[in-house]
Design a protein around this ligand. Structure first.
Ligand SMILES: *Cc1c(COP(=O)(O)O)cnc(C)c1O
Length: 375
């Protein structure tokens, strides 16, 4: 089965991992700082903190944002559930706002209408890699006295009006799961232009341990002493995986170019087909395309999906609206709340898209899609 996404592991990646394994540090060593500075560079110089997954990155970002029980987080239903579940772990209440059907991204007007005095964060997602209208979310968050969080699990390497993802929000999170744009097997990062938020993120991912004597409440306890002021977790990404990440991230530009080529190839083949809706692109956006979200007739989506799978094409659906998950249903969230997201979900099929997909594999996908949906 041709997968919808997969990693690219080159010999230099293997060498980098082996070198880390043979070093004195398997974790908390020099490879962590190296990877964090490479992430920072990719994110336009923002402070970067490596963590163990994209989910851990979101949990850490909400901790840094100070999300507490009763706080409201305005967010998009068109995402993987981790965008919200991690805020719920801090006791937040999620307020869903609808998407812009052109891109699948959270609609700033809908988000603004969902803001209340309890809103402490707005959490958008760069769906498929297409950057959201971050300046609008920044404005809305600022006016609400809230922080703007961007789940950029799909979009490391994307830019908006020339500004890299990572510089567009108060807190941005990445995922390095194998299907994403680059991988550390499991891994993620929190980036922020703000030093205070970066310090809070680092503290949370390191169990809340304070080692800086100046900040200690008991500085004279002894040279062994470290102390905790706020609870955190152990979300430290090991050196072995950071070494893989540093090796991978060097190819980010090449990955972006190749993903764009495949995206263009799909677009050229599907353009003008009355049975298909293509992914939109907003002016000023330069996406690192993580997904190719094709939309078909809702009534035929399931049959088309199954037929493509039968033919060995590993399509995927991204995503079931978050609040359709039983955990939200059990809290009283009702279907029908975000009609654009629900319609988008009913029509969506993600086609195979990854850096090592060949032209002939892409053409095989195109041929089968057109054969099944009709021209
Ligand atoms: C993959 C993903 C996550 C979670 O990342 P993991 O590394 O799998 O924990 C969060 N949000 C979105 C939008 C994702 O695609």
């Amino acid at each position: 089965m041709l997968p919808y996404g997969r990693q690219d592991i080159e010999p230099e990646d293997v060498e980098a991992v082996v070198a880390a394994l043979k070093s004195d540090w398997l974790t908390t060593g020099p490879e962590v700082a190296k990877f964090e500075s490479a992430i920072s560079e990719a994110a336009g110089g923002a402070h970067a903190t490596a963590v163990t997954s994209g989910t851990a990155a979101l949990h850490t970002a909400y901790a840094a944002a100070g999300i507490r029980p009763g706080d409201e987080v305005v967010s998009t239903p068109m995402t993987f559930v981790a965008t919200q579940s991690t805020a719920c772990q801090h006791g937040a209440k999620i307020v869903f706002a609808d998407i812009d059907p052109e891109t699948g991204n959270l609609d700033p007007k809908a988000a603004e209408a969902a803001v209340t005095p309890k809103t402490t964060a707005i959490a958008a997602v760069d769906y498929a890699g297409h950057p959201v209208d971050a300046p609008e979310f920044q404005r809305i968050a600022k006016e609400a006295g809230a922080l703007y969080v961007e789940d950029a699990a799909h979009s490391i390497g994307s830019t908006l009006n020339g500004v890299p993802v990572g510089q567009l929000a108060d807190l941005t999170t990445f995922s390095f799961f194998p299907t994403k744009n680059l991988t550390t097997a499991e891994g993620g990062a929190v980036v922020t232009p703000r030093e205070d938020l970066a310090a809070r993120a680092r503290n949370f991912k390191g169990l809340g341990l304070v080692r800086d004597r100046e900040k200690m409440r008991m500085p004279d306890e002894g040279p062994w002493h470290q102390e905790v002021h706020e609870f955190g977790l152990n979300y430290r990404l090991p050196d072995v995986l950071c070494a893989l990440g540093t090796s991978q991230i060097a190819r980010l530009g090449a990955y972006k170019a190749r993903r764009q080529e495949i995206h263009d190839r799909y677009n050229a083949a599907f353009q003008g087909n009355p049975n298909l809706t293509l992914p939109g692109v907003k002016e000023g956006a330069s996406p690192m395309w993580h997904l190719y979200p094709l939309r078909v007739e809702a009534e035929r989506r399931r049959a088309i999906f199954e037929e493509l799978r039968n033919r060995g094409i590993g399509v995927q659906v991204n995503y079931i609206p978050s609040y359709w998950h039983p955990v939200f249903e059990d809290m009283g969230y009702k279907r029908g709340m975000c009609p654009n997201a629900e319609q988008f979900y009913r029509q969506e099929i993600s086609l195979p898209l990854f850096a090592t997909l060949t032209d002939s594999q892409a053409d095989m996908v195109i041929e089968n899609v057109l054969e099944i949906v009709g021209e």
